[in-house]
Design a binder for this molecule. Structure first.
Ligand code: GRF
Length: 199
């Protein structure tokens, strides 16, 4: 099975996935990293792992769909079976989602459907949540919405600072994302409507 990661930023999740592939926890090929941000640190991480990285400049495209069509073409050429969004700061067009039905995953740093969108950890913290967490889900045409694969919680201890909560959420992400991908690769995920059964 061939995996592609789409990312725009630091890439700590990319690194967790690359390690899981390298150690054979995930038995698949991490073929390519695609980014829309030329300066993203995730590119440095890809180079360290010897994984092909492709920067696609959004400025060279007149619309979101034409950009997504280009990315979809790359993914088809690379024979990608699973598209993994890891801090990818673009909303996918319905066109793209339809090209890869149930083959796109995303990770969100909160317990969906709470705190959709960006800045979720901080928003949960400021809201006063005592429990927050991480969600890995399949991507559909709505943002942070598709069928949930795995979730994990993080307890916000008394007096915990935002930085500590962020650290704990990210640590959990680095466990849950490789797990969800492993389950997918081993064909252990069965989707029925909104429900994803782990078999
Ligand atoms: C993660 O918190 C992820 O949940 C969110 O964006 C962040 C990406 O972090 N979608 P990194 O680039 O993987 O370090």
């Amino acid at each position: 099975m061939n995996i592609a990661v789409l990312a725009s930023g630091s890439g700590s999740n990319f690194e967790a996935i690359a390690k899981a592939v390298k150690t054979n926890y995930i038995k698949a090929c991490l073929k390519v990293l695609i980014t829309d941000n030329e300066k993203a640190f995730v590119r440095v991480r890809a180079k360290r792992f010897g994984i092909k990285d492709i920067f696609v400049n959004p400025k060279h495209f007149s619309s979101r769909v034409s950009f997504d069509k280009h990315i979809a073409k790359i993914l088809k050429n690379e024979k990608i079976n699973l598209v993994v969004l890891a801090g990818y700061m673009r909303v996918l067009s319905p066109y793209f989602v339809r090209q890869f039905q149930h083959q796109i995953m995303n990770i969100h740093p909160a317990l969906l459907p709470a705190f959709k969108g960006t800045g979720a950890i901080e928003r949960a913290y400021r809201y006063g949540c005592k429990i927050t967490g991480v969600t890995v889900h399949f991507v559909d045409e709505k943002v942070d919405h598709g069928p949930i694969i795995v979730q994990g919680h993080v307890v916000r201890g008394e007096g915990m600072r935002l930085e500590e909560l962020e650290k704990r959420v990210h640590k959990l992400e680095h466990i849950l994302y490789p797990l969800a991908i492993k389950l997918y690769v081993e064909r252990k995920l069965k989707i029925k409507g909104r429900n994803v059964k782990i078999i």
